[in-house]
Each structure stands twice: as C-alpha cells, then as structure tokens.
Design a binder for this molecule. Structure first.
Ligand code: ATP
Ligand code: MG
Length: 263
C-alpha cells in the first residue's frame, strides 16, 4: 500500500486540486483509492460536496479513535473519501502532555487496535492519498510520520522555491532521525509555459531534484478551478480540457515513475 502525503506548507499551490484529480484518475485506472482530508479547511470534502462540518471524518479518527470504516464514504467506483470533520483543527491545540500525537495517524492506519477488521479493511486500498493543510503543525507531522511517499506541488515563482527548501529540510531531518527514507515527487502546478520565470523554475527544480520532478507540468486551466463548484473531478467536468489531459498524463507519470530527466 502506498501512503502518499500531498504536501506543501505554502498555500494555494494546488495540493487539493492534485489530490482530487490524481485520486479520481487512479480510481478510473481501476486502483482502489482512499483519500484523507487532513486540512481543517475541509476543501477536499467540499470538492466532493461532502458537508464536512456536519460529518464525522479525520477528526473522529485522530481525536476519538474512530475506525476508518465508520467515517469513510464511497463516492465513486474505487474511490473512498474521509472528510476532515468539524473538529479536525482541535488536534493542533490538544494538550501536548498526551504525547506522541504526531503518531496518531500512523497508528490509525497501521495498527489493528481500533477494530479487528481494520487491517483487512485498510489493505484493500492500493493508494492512500492525504491532502495536507498549508501549515507545518501537528497535522502535517501526522502525515509525515504516516506516509511512505510525498507528492509536493510547486508553482512557478521564486517564493515557492524558498519555502520548498525549508520543507525538504524538515522532512529530511525527521527521516534522518527515524532512519527511514521516503520517495519524494514534485509536480509543477499552475504552470504558464509562456512565462520565462516558470521555465527557469522548472530548470532549477530538475537540477535540485533530478529524476524526482514528474514529467507533466499541470498548466493553468480555468476548468480545474471550476470543477469543485460542480462537485466533480476534472475527468467528469471537462474531460477534453487541458486540465484533464494534464492530470491524466500525471496519473501515468506517477504509475510509471516518469520524470523529467533533462530540462
Ligand atoms: N492548474 C490550475 N489552473 C487553474 N486554477 C487552479 C489550478 N490548480 C489549482 N487552481 C485553483 O487555485 C486555487 C488553489 O488551489 P488548491 O486549493 O488546489 O491549492 P491548495 O494548495 O490545496 O491550497 P491550500 O493551501 O489553501 O489548501 C483553487 O481555487 C484552485 O481551484
Ligand atoms: Mg488545499
């Protein structure tokens, strides 16, 4: 099972858009996909028309030790979603005395103490995708400790690169401490090909992270911004749009580990 955190503490870089469309794209390929909304803003749930603030979700799993079976909604063929839930933000303020709060998601996913059928239930999924919040608090820490891969969306501007080196330092520090290694993929999002700056950022990314930048850059495409308003993925909303083409290619990049080898 691949457990993937879609992470970047910078806001508005396309984390939720990538989670939504990659998840549905993988489900359309016949993969069993579970999506977890780890952002108290509840945007991922909204993209699927889930009333996040009136439903149980990741808040119940992480605060009340609810099982995934209790909170998972099957929204499309092969696609299962757990919303954030109204109280997810409270995890950040929970008393630190309880200790090891950073490992809650890890335990919820990998231990069967919640429920005897748990292990069996979780193992049916090929992919668990986690939409992370634009912050580096406890929720992000839970995702870092629970995942075995990262997808890091990056936009084509210089501030994006600055934040990125901080994120990579934090992840690397944790990995060194825990003596583990995870794969990290980068996705260029909101890409404007005609902009020199975007091309330069792409070059720099490939230089810094060889074989880790997924081949397809997701272009700026208005249909991608519109589709959540219709509670649809891009494949349902406008299957012929550039957004659908790009995310379809990204799904294949991801499955086949196709990266940019030269700029
Ligand atoms: N390729 C794209 N083309 C056009 N609009 C996009 C694209 N990707 C994302 N958007 C839009 O940009 C905004 C931010 O995207 P999104 O919500 O996916 O980012 P995010 O990183 O999840 O943000 P946050 O940090 O707030 O969670 C949204 O309105 C989204 O619809
Ligand atoms: Mg988001």
């Amino acid at each position: 099972m691949q457990v993937i955190a879609i992470m970047n503490q910078k806001g508005g870089v396309g984390k939720t858009t990538t989670t939504l469309n990659l998840a549905h794209g993988l489900a359309l390929q016949g993969k069993q996909v579970l999506v977890l909304d780890l952002d108290p803003q509840g945007h991922l749930g909204s993209c699927f028309a889930i009333d996040t603030f009136n439903s149980k979700g990741m808040d119940s799993v992480l605060i009340n030790k609810a099982s995934f079976q209790e909170v998972t909604q099957n929204l499309r063929e092969n696609l299962f979603v757990v919303s954030a839930g109204a109280k997810l933000g409270e995890l950040e303020t929970q008393v630190q005395e309880e200790g090891r709060i950073g490992y809650r998601l890890y335990h919820a996913l990998y231990s069967d103490t919640h429920n005897n059928d748990h292990e069996h239930y979780i193992k049916q999924f090929d992919y668990v995708l986690m939409d992370c919040p634009p912050a580096s608090g406890l929720l992000a820490m839970n995702a870092i400790l629970a995942c075995n891969e990262f997808i890091i969306p990056v936009t084509g501007d210089y501030l994006a690169l600055q934040g990125l080196s901080r994120l990579i330092k934090v992840i690397s520090h944790i990995e060194r401490t825990l003596e583990r290694h995870t794969k990290k993929w980068f996705v260029l999002t909101r890409f404007q090909k005609q902009r020199k700056l975007a091309q330069q950022i792409r070059q720099k990314m490939v230089g810094y992270f060889p074989e880790q930048v997924l081949a397809t850059a997701i272009r700026e495409n208005v249909a991608l911004a519109e589709s959540p308003g219709f509670a649809k993925s891009i494949f349902e909303y406008k299957p012929k749009s550039n957004g659908a083409k790009d995310y379809q290619n990204l799904v294949i990049d991801f499955l086949e580990q196709r990266t940019i080898t030269q700029s």
